[in-house]
Design a protein around this ligand. Structure first.
Ligand code: ADP
Ligand code: MG
Length: 690
């Protein structure tokens, strides 16, 4: 019998569970035995010791035992019904209180001994307990005894008692048949309880220590299974040979490096070395290039693309927005056309009659580097010999997009770039299938952006600074968040700000607006003028968020800043501080709510993206982090890869060892492990989320 059969059995295979009760369980998401047994308690109540009610303080959670003395039922106003049961506990006694449960009185024969948990209220001389849960002391069954009590999340009609009893029955009758699937040596090495014991102790531990041990097992198990998949994906993509080859030295790259107005930082050099060695190796490259905003990732990607072009291959650069694609297109042209590289731009905004020509250039190999948006993955786009795929600001694209672009070549190398730094351990879990290269320093001379939090009443301060800066030849941004997702109000707010400023504090300045409703050609024109210094102030919605590079801009004012998350604000702020000028960023917000305030304060305290990412996690918790648009869903129930760092490190090491020995988990001793991984459909989950 396989574990699968046991796990997947329906609830009705358990005694006393018929269709009606099964339906109750279904409402909390429990359909199968596996789901039931993994329905871990929300919390535990330590009922290892009782005290007389009078020894507890007012407001405390209590665990008491008493004999039923008498019962009283009263009708209050508004149809509220109250049942009061008086108990003798050998001291001053207590009163158990239930509201609107008319049937409750029947449960308490006089003289019966009852264990009660709840919250104590001391009213006059009475110890009143709002009863949360009760058990009869003489009920021979284990569940009603004192101990560490599991408390489950419930739904209407589903009681703690029913959940406890059902899980207990399932553990006693079914779970004992489950075969251990983790390798024995691992259990031994880390002193983890085996599966049946661990399951039992997650629900009914006889001590807190047992509970802790059980949790340790599941933490390890979740991370280990997850890392096995990652290691499998990694191992398989490593062995994919590629059909293009490189010579060690590229003339184009060194020519480019000589023509740049700056030298690579040593961190950029190290990263380029790494990427270069992946490219010249015989298997396809899979790299995530991380680096804070402004750390100079673009030039690395250009070097990689030149390497491909120098060997007569094509490279594609996919970018999330049209504005950015155009920006990259022009900067690539500037640097690369003198070297004879042919660059093509393909976006959704291309004119219909120009498109066939472009597509043809790409197909015939007349275009060397193809820059574009999502338009690149359209069916009609065919490449002659695509050897390198670069994806910028990858969190804007799904894995599917990544794969689709990649399929347009014959196992091309892949370089994805991200300015949203993720702490190392998290990167290991989320991007474990990629090799991670990190640019750890900013180009020299960069000054940190002075960031200040302003109340809306102080916004003129910011405008005055902006005005001074403009007088000295500088430029600036004013960013307004999208309010209520309405393009119309978005437009209104930017237009209004523009009018106010033009007739007031920024009179004589050249102000333009940029927003999502504009035609692409209009946006391009404005961006170009801004870059050429023909516009002093750009009032914009968040279309400028990623990647925009106008080094002369040195002031940013963000209105309603609390509407943005940390990562987004950090990205926005990264639009200034791109030269050796002193730059400033004003976060304008009237928000007084503490969490939003903490986010804004974090921004003021540092501009290190990695520190901010950690702060972000701390404020939001990993659940949110995973479930936010950027990261897909959280694959763990018990483990927390941010907190369980040690377990993650060991799980990764062990998973790697295991996969090295048995890539497909085909060895008989790994049968149950393989079955468990298949059953959880982890592979599919990961492919969706990476
Ligand atoms: P990001 O990593 O955010 O994509 P970019 O690649 O856009 O950053 O680079 C930011 C700015 O820094 C650009 O203007 C770029 O030309 C410049 N830059 C890149 N590398 C260096 C360097 N080593 N020294 C000086 N400036 C650099
Ligand atoms: Mg960039």
């Amino acid at each position: 019998m396989s574990n699968n059969d046991i796990w997947c059995a329906g609830l009705q295979s358990i005694d006393n569970i018929g269709p009606k009760r099964a339906e109750l369980f279904r409402r909390v998401g429990i359909d199968s035995l596996e789901e039931l047994l993994h329905y871990f308690p929300r919390e535990f109540e330590d009922r290892t010791e009782t005290k007389a009610a009078e020894y507890y303080n007012d407001g405390e959670q209590v665990f008491v035992i008493g004999k039923v003395l008498s019962i009283e039922e009263k009708r209050l106003r508004l149809g509220l019904k109250i049942t009061r049961v008086y108990f003798d506990d050998g001291f001053s006694g207590f009163v158990g209180v239930w509201y609107n449960q008319p049937y409750i009185a029947r449960n308490f024969p006089i003289g019966k001994e009852v264990l009660i948990t709840g919250r104590l209220k001391k009213i006059y001389k009475e110890n009143q307990i709002q009863v949360k849960d009760y058990h009869f002391a003489d009920e021979g069954n284990l569940l009603s005894k004192v101990g560490i009590m599991p408390i489950y999340s419930l739904t209407e009609g589903l009681s703690q008692q029913l959940v406890r009893k059902t899980i207990k029955d399932a553990l006693n009758k079914e779970a004992i048949k489950i075969a251990e699937y983790l390798p024995e040596e691992i259990l031994k090495r880390y002193l983890l309880p085996e599966i049946r014991v661990a399951l039992n102790n997650m629900h009914f531990p006889s001590s807190l220590k047992e509970l802790k041990m059980a949790r340790r097992r599941f933490v390890f198990e979740e991370l280990f299974l997850h890392q096995i998949i990652i290691e499998q994906i990694k191992a398989k993509s490593r062995v994919l040979p590629k059909n293009h080859t490189y010579s060690e030295i590229g003339i184009l790259e060194s020519t480019l490096l000589d023509s740049l107005p700056f030298r690579l930082t040593s961190s950029q050099e190290a990263v380029w070395d790494q990427i270069h060695s992946y490219m010249v190796s015989s298997s396809a490259m899979n790299v995530l290039l991380q680096g804070d905003v402004g750390s100079g990732k673009t030039v690395i990607s250009i070097l990689a693309m030149l390497k491909a072009v120098g060997q007569s291959y094509q490279a594609a650069l996919m970018i999330p927005t049209e504005i950015l694609a155009v920006q990259h297109y022009y900067s690539l042209k500037k640097y690369l056309e003198p070297l004879g590289v042919r660059i093509t731009l393909l976006t959704g905004g291309i004119k219909k009659n120009e498109k066939p020509l472009l597509l043809n250039e790409i197909k015939e190999g007349k275009a060397d580097i193809i820059v574009g948006t999502h338009a690149l993955i359209q069916k009609e786009v065919e490449f002659k010999k695509l050897a390198l795929v670069v994806i910028d600001e990858q969190h804007r694209f799904g894995v599917k997009h990544r794969a689709m672009l990649r399929e347009k070549g014959d196992n091309p190398d892949l370089l994805i770039m991200s300015a949203t730094p993720i702490p190392g351990t998290l990167a290991m879990t989320l991007y474990g299938d990629l090799d991670i290269c990190t640019i750890t320093e900013l180009p020299p001379g960069r000054k940190s952006v002075d960031t200040e939090l302003l109340d809306p009443s102080q916004i003129d301060l910011a405008y005055q600074v902006l005005r001074k800066e403009i007088a000295a030849g500088g430029q600036g941004y004013i960013v307004c968040p999208l309010v209520e997702d309405s393009e119309k109000t978005e437009l209104q707010s930017v237009v209004k700000i523009k009018m106010n400023l033009e007739s007031g504090i920024l009179k004589d300045c050249r102000i333009s607006i940029l927003h999502g409703r504009m035609k692409n050609s209009e946006k391009d024109e404005i961006m170009l003028s801004f870059r050429q210094g023909l516009i002093d102030v750009l009032i914009s919605t968040t279309v400028i968020e990623v990647g925009l590079d106008v080094p002369n801009a040195s002031v940013m004012i963000i209105t309603d800043a609390h509407r943005f998350g940390i990562a987004q604000l950090h990205q926005l702020r990264g639009r200034v501080g791109r030269s050796d000028k002193n730059s400033r960023c004003y976060l304008v917000s009237e928000e007084k709510e503490s969490l939003a305030l903490s986010r804004l304060q974090a921004l003021c305290s540092t501009d290190d993206g990695f520190i901010l990412a950690e702060k972000d996690l701390e404020l939001r918790g990993p659940g949110d982090f995973f479930s936010s648009r950027q990261w897909g869903s959280h694959p763990f129930k018990v483990a927390n890869p941010l907190k369980d760092v040690n377990a993650l490190v060991y799980a990764t090491k062990d998973a790697k060892n295991l996969i090295e020995k048995d890539l497909e988990l085909g060895n008989p001793e790994h049968r149950f492990l393989a079955e468990e991984i298949n059953r959880l459909k982890l592979t599919a989950l990961l492919e969706e989320n990476l």
